[in-house]
Design a protein. Structure first.
Ligand code: KIV
Ligand code: NA
Length: 269
């Protein structure tokens, strides 16, 4: 099977309607990508890897090197989904030229198909600059975690009329600039629906609405790997407990010398 392409993703929304919602999950490692790939349309190498993999307090300290390395692993571990890489904080905001250098490096070093960047109207010129030069861009509006120091936290957006209007305007600006899809994160549901109606490209919701053209979750959150997760995460599994209980069994068997047992040992012929 050939890998899906950015135009195929974009064209899943026809005349404002996406019959079958787009499925996106985050992936950071090759093995994780292998397991998720058959079930997804898109794999996102999110800068959420700052918290999820590196134990950082936010996405602010995430580097280009981290993104490029994990993106390369995810591309190696997948053959079906479109792989999208987050541009880390500081790598694209100052100018369209900076953004192009960063995006080109990420795609060249990883083999991913597209980048994602946060911000609306303020980033529209940059999005157009990249798309015109051969780099597909996914937008990201609403709750944009790289702006945590400006927003003051990770609360839902769009509760005031002014904020709601701004989010819809941001999404429209990104669409006009050529974004092939837009993540809508952490907004009140009516605004997620308004954004989805306002733009012709697919919206991908997280803490948004089932009416978006697709959904994304942080895979580790979905699996129950984190102690604290936002309201919008559904924990489909409790993998943290599985890992913890497995480690406890192993530790016990090492300590009472029942591991390794006869099945795990080599003996002379
Ligand atoms: O970094 C990330 O995982 C993301 C998704 C939550 C959209 O940006
Ligand atoms: Na992100």
């Amino acid at each position: 099977m050939r890998r899906l392409t950015v135009p195929k993703i974009r064209d899943r929304k026809v005349d404002g309607v996406t019959e079958e919602p787009l499925v996106m999950l985050t992936a950071y490692t090759a093995r994780q990508a292998q397991l998720l790939d058959p079930h997804c349309d898109l794999l996102l190498v999110g800068d959420s890897l700052g918290q999820v993999i590196y134990g950082l307090p936010s996405t602010i300290p995430v580097t280009m090197e981290m993104m490029a390395n994990h993106a390369a692993a995810v591309v190696r571990g997948s053959y079906h989904s479109v792989v999208v890489v987050d541009m880390p904080f500081g790598a694209y905001e100052a100018s369209p030229e900076d953004a192009f250098d960063s995006a080109a490096r990420l795609l060249k070093e990883s083999g991913a198909a597209a980048v994602k960047l946060e911000g609306g109207e303020a980033m529209a010129e940059t999005v157009e600059f990249l798309v015109k030069r051969g780099i597909p861009v996914m937008g990201h509006v609403g709750l944009t975690p790289q702006a945590v120091n400006v927003l003051g936290g990770y609360g839902a957006r769009g509760r005031s009329d002014a904020e709601a209007e701004k989010i819809v305007g941001d999404a429209k600006a990104l669409e006009e600039a050529g974004a092939f899809a837009i993540v809508v994160e952490g907004v009140i549901e009516p605004i997620a629906i308004a954004v989805t109606k306002a733009v012709s490209c697919p919206t991908i919701g997280i803490g948004a609405s089932s009416q978006c053209d697709g959904q994304v979750l942080v895979t580790d959150d979905m699996l129950g790997m984190f102690e604290r997760v936002p309201r919008f995460v559904k924990r489909y599994e409790d993998v943290a407990t599985t890992i913890s209980e497995t480690a406890a069994k192993y530790a016990e068997e090492v300590r009472n010398r029942s591991f390794p047992g006869p099945d795990q040992l080599y003996q002379p012929k």
